[in-house]
Write a protein that binds this ligand. Structure first.
Ligand SMILES: [Fe+2]
Ligand SMILES: [Fe+2]
Length: 471
């Protein structure tokens, strides 16, 4: 079940660098010096990773039939996950229900196409499979009433119940979920992965000072001895989208931008990324603020806008979502990391009572768990913008990851659900009116550091406003 990972919030030792540097040099002078030094250094090679899934853009006109095929593809991928469940042993297809005796126990797998709550609190759903449609009724006395209440449109569920005329009275509503026996893999050697995102570079409220502290730390130039040692052991850095703030994202956006040219936003941000030691493999997916289509799956960042980022020698560009295997060798199978920017999250925070009542967007951990249980990153049609692919629903979580990393909500969290480490990355923006309108309460300027050998998580806080002065 969901458990909080014991995290250490590390504020100490990051505070002195900026005050020293600001006295001496401006930002651009520091950057120029780094570039010189980098070209002079022999570049240490970053580890290779294996991209298991990254969406490739196939331009094609979409037709109404694509939506039907898309939902069929989703059903066909999720159905085998549910078929393994022992509760669904008496499985039948919906068109065969009329052959069953009154009150006979039946099990079906279907996609929820409608859901209502009656005045007496009964949950009435319409469930479809490729052979037919059936109504499903769940009363408050049912064992899985809470699960029925949390059911969302377009998710694929298993239903167990008693058959009657054109209706099933359900006692079990079953999600595909993550098996309880999933192992917690640990790397045989000590290595670290860093999870970050939502830099929104180019915004007037981008936290330059905090970002400078981060860069100087990862280069081993800032922090106490332990922190420097940790920085030296980082092999992977994941960036979960919203690299830049973009342009024209909302009315009046230009007033909030320090850099109003999208090309320059990427060019300048790439210069900063180039200061990250070349032994660290950076894996980057896009977010909704990046210069590209917003519909998911989002392909890799477009080369014509983000060319300077593509040119970095230690970068791996992937789509949103994407699945990447890291740190594998002949003796160890490595870790599978699922990246998803998180555009669907606000929908579930606002519309699922069990999440909304516990804090909504403040509880990214609950949203992530909810999606893992449904094995889908955005099950409800309305929860995100997407392009239906007739062959494959790319937002299905078909392979269970070891790490599930997201951003978009701009809050930091680390938790564990059945040995999947769920990480929600921080942002690098001071709080703005726009964020307040979106109901965001950001926790900016944190980096999540994971020890791959122990699976322990540390949250490093680079926010100058929150760092304590040295004693
Ligand atoms: Fe963002
Ligand atoms: Fe975002």
């Amino acid at each position: 079940m969901l458990s909080k990972i014991e995290t250490i919030e590390d504020n100490q030792g990051f505070h002195t660098f900026i005050s020293q540097q600001n006295d001496a040099k401006d930002f651009h002078t520091i950057l120029a010096a780094y570039e010189q030094e980098r070209s002079a250094q022999a570049q240490e090679k970053a580890p290779e990773v294996n991209v298991l899934f990254s969406y490739k853009l196939e331009p094609k006109k979409r037709e109404v039939g694509d939506f039907i095929n898309f939902f069929t593809a989703r059903y066909n991928t999720i159905k085998p996950m549910l078929q393994q469940r022992k509760e669904l042993q008496n499985l039948t297809s919906i068109n065969r229900l009329n052959q069953k005796r009154e009150k006979e126990q039946v099990a079906i797998i279907g996609l929820v196409s409608d859901k209502q709550e009656t005045k007496t609190g009964r949950i009435m759903m319409t469930v479809e499979d490729p052979t037919g449609i059936i109504r499903v009724s769940t009363s408050q006395n049912s064992e899985d009433y809470a699960a029925a209440k949390d059911t969302v449109l377009d998710e694929v569920v298993g239903v167990v119940g008693k058959c009657s005329d054109k209706i099933i009275f359900a006692n079990r509503i079953i999600q595909p979920d993550i098996p309880v026996y999933k192992e917690m893999k640990k790397s045989p050697d000590e290595a670290y992965a860093l999870f970050m995102g939502d830099f929104h570079f180019g915004s007037k409220v981008f936290m330059k000072d905090a970002f400078e502290k981060f860069i100087s730390w990862i280069r081993g130039e800032q922090g106490n001895d332990t922190q420097k040692e940790l920085a030296g052991k980082i092999r992977y850095m994941f960036i979960v989208g919203d690299l830049v703030d973009g342009v024209g994202e909302y009315p009046g956006h230009e007033n909030d931008l320090e850099i109003t040219d999208i090309y320059e936003q990427y060019r300048e941000f790439a210069k900063h990324l180039s200061r990250i030691p070349s032994r660290i493999r950076m894996i980057v997916c896009p977010g909704n603020h990046d210069a590209m289509r917003i519909a998911e799956p989002q392909p890799t960042l477009y080369k014509d806008f983000a060319g300077p980022v593509w040119k970095l020698p230690n970068i791996t560009m992937v789509s949103n979502p994407a699945l990447i295997n890291i740190h594998a060798n002949k003796d160890f199978q490595g870790f599978d990391v699922l990246l998803y920017h998180g555009f669907s999250f606000p929908y579930f925070a606002d519309n699922i009572e069990s999440i909304r009542s516990k804090g909504g967007q403040q509880r990214v951990d609950l949203i992530m768990q909810f999606l893992l249980q449904r094995r889908h990153l955005a099950p409800t049609h309305k929860s995100t913008l997407y392009l239906p692919d007739a062959q494959k629903d790319c937002l299905v979580i078909d392979k269970i990851p070891d790490f599930f990393a997201t951003g978009h909500i701009h809050r930091v969290s680390a938790s564990n659900y059945r040995n999947v480490t769920m990480l929600s990355c921080s942002c690098w923006l001071e709080k703005t009116e726009y964020q307040e309108k979106r109901g965001l309460d950001p926790q900016p300027a944190r980096a999540i550091l994971v020890n791959l050998q122990t699976r322990k998580v540390k949250i490093l806080n680079f926010n100058p406003q929150e760092n304590e002065a040295p004693a």
